[in-house]
Design a protein around this ligand. Structure first.
Ligand code: FAD
Length: 500
């Protein structure tokens, strides 16, 4: 085999897991390549809030939370039973070590940020246990700043970063890039899409094939290949094949980025995949450009289905709400009134009411009857639903869906009840669609991130993390920051295994 370049470790993708894995490898002295299909680093991780759910670390200790691996184990066990127990234990064991490793780097610093865990279960911390990276002044990255994917609204508009510090997901990717660059062992190759895996006669993965503007390149990986190239949320064909609710045009992932390339390449050489119908779901509002805006933290309004009736507690954590939507019949609309000018919820990216009305994604009417006509639901059903909801708001108790009873429901309204009467015309209805933050089924791995074949044996030299791998949390989204926390933990473990 002739190689265009030789590395110890080749990482496909450049989200949080990929970059943490690359940093772990490069700082251990391994020559490491990061291959990124698009021209920008960070994928969905860069769009994210970068909440990181890695329990029992020095960050929670600094914040005086009383968090521990034990309480996180109690929580995860209550939600998942002993499904994925080996992965859970590996994750809990790795969290403090990973955070010690990351914070030992002068480029990386985290702080606790309150955000409740998503389920009322033993071991839950009401203010949560996740943390975020500190904002990063753009100047610290110099020319490299332009490589980091901007926030979702600016990125979709083809605009770069604003002048202020990089925050959230941009800060995480920027800080990991800064740290990786400082090792002198990391080679970041954008515009380089993994298309295949090279194996030796005994089936070991020894390198990759990748497509670049200049043609195909073959890169040797002496220790291993880490696949952390997202899920297949942007592939309509794969979503249909595996029965993932929602749509490739409704995902929050950067357009066209995550099409399952790495999963498919591994499956072609005998890797096993699972949980392929799963995603990190969320409600989304449509933006004027037709793409979704991730919407969470409903602190008012109510959501009706195609029959004009409520079907869930609107303030549920977004993945649970998304799953209720997948099981219900749309079209779905958020009904709210003129108490607030804008949306009684948070949307990423933020939306302008005028633009929403002009695009027809929001409609306005002076009466509920008229509003019902405009969104195509029976007027008596909508009026009855709103009257019943207003009764719940008056007495402060939702007999149907118990909205407002869980601390999470009240988190985004500063402790106030999200049961707020909808009775001040003009009324508004905003179209709500089922969106997602990415698929979460993928390659089956062992607790060291080693990709398994059809008989459950590790494929030598091949590792996976993040949404390229099947999440050990299955159909459950335990708390804010699990996608990124688990991606980083298993990427880090994969590299420790490569070093052995
Ligand atoms: P990505 O971060 O999407 O990275 C995959 C990368 O691989 C992309 O850059 C892609 O271009 C590249 N790629 C794809 N194919 C190839 C190929 N063939 N070769 C090379 N490269 C390839 N999660 C949290 O944990 N905490 C949060 O606070 C949070 N907030 C969120 C907020 C928003 C608005 C959104 C949209 C998501 C949020 N999420 C959050 C979810 C989280 O961002 C994702 O689930 C997670 O970042 C996925 O990581 P990943 O590494 O699997 O994929």
């Amino acid at each position: 085999m002739t190689w265009d370049d030789e590395y110890d470790v080749v990482v496909a993708g450049s989200g949080a897991g990929a970059m943490a894995g690359a940093l772990a490898a490069a700082s251990a002295g391994l020559r490491t390549a990061v291959l990124e299909k698009t021209g920008l680093l960070g994928g969905t991780s860069a769009y994210s809030g970068a909440a990181i759910w890695l329990p029992g670390t020095r960050v929670q200790e600094r914040a005086g939370l009383g968090d521990s691996a034990e309480s996180a184990r109690t929580y995860l066990r209550a939600l998942l039973g002993d499904d994925g127990a080996a992965h859970r234990e590996a994750f809990l064991e790795t969290a403090p070590e990973l955070v010690d490793f990351l914070e030992a780097d002068p480029a990386i610093e985290f702080e606790f940020q309150p955000f409740p865990d998503y389920f009322a279960a033993p071991g839950r911390l009401d203010m949560g246990r996740s943390f975020v990276p500190l904002p990063l002044p753009v100047e610290r990255l110099g020319d490299r700043a332009a490589l980091v994917r901007p926030p979702v609204d600016r990125d979709r508009a083809g605009r770069g970063h604003s002048a202020g510090p990089m925050a959230q997901g941009r800060a995480l990717i920027g800080r990991l890039l800064l740290a990786l660059d400082a090792t002198g062992n990391g080679d970041v190759r954008t515009g380089t899409a993994l298309t295949g895996l090279s194996t030796s006669a005994d089936g070991r993965v020894v390198g990759v094939e990748a497509r670049t503007a200049g043609g195909t390149v073959r890169l040797r990986a002496r220790r291993g290949v880490l696949l952390a190239a997202g899920g297949f949320e942007s592939s309509a064909a794969l979503r249909a094949r595996h029965g993932v609710p929602g749509g490739a045009d409704r995902t929050m992932a950067p357009a066209g980025a995550n099409t399952g390339d790495a999963i498919e390449a591994a499956v072609r050489i005998g890797a096993a995949a699972g949980r392929l119908d799963q995603a990190w779901f969320c409600p989304g509002l449509l933006t004027p450009g037709g793409l979704p805006a991730f919407t969470l933290g409903f602190r008012g309004g109510l959501i009706v289905d195609g029959s004009g009736r409520r079907f869930a507690n609107e303030s549920l954590p977004y993945d649970q709400m998304g799953r209720r939507m997948a099981a219900a019949r749309g079209p779905f609309h958020l009904i709210f009134d003129s108490r607030s000018e804008g949306l009684p919820a948070i949307s990423v990216p933020p939306l302008s009411p005028d633009e929403q009305l002009a695009a027809g994604h929001w409609v306005r009417a002076d009466t509920l009857d008229e509003l019902a006509g405009r969104i195509g639901v029976p007027a008596d059903a909508l009026t009855g639903t709103v009257e019943r909801f207003n009764g719940f708001a008056d007495k402060g108790a939702d007999d149907d869906f118990h909205r407002g009873e869980d601390p999470y429901d009240r988190f985004f309204s500063g402790g106030a009840s999200p049961l707020v009467a909808v009775d001040r015309p003009p009324y508004r209805a905003a179209r709500v669609v089922l969106s997602d933050l990415g698929t979460k089924g993928g390659l089956l791995t062992d607790p060291d991130g080693r990709v398994l074949d059809g008989s459950g044996r590790p494929i030598a030299g091949l590792y996976a993390a993040g949404n390229t791998s099947a999440s050990f949390t299955g159909p459950v989204y335990p708390g804010p920051g699990i996608p990124i926390g688990s991606a980083m933990a298993f990427a880090y473990r994969a590299v420790q295994d490569m070093r052995r």
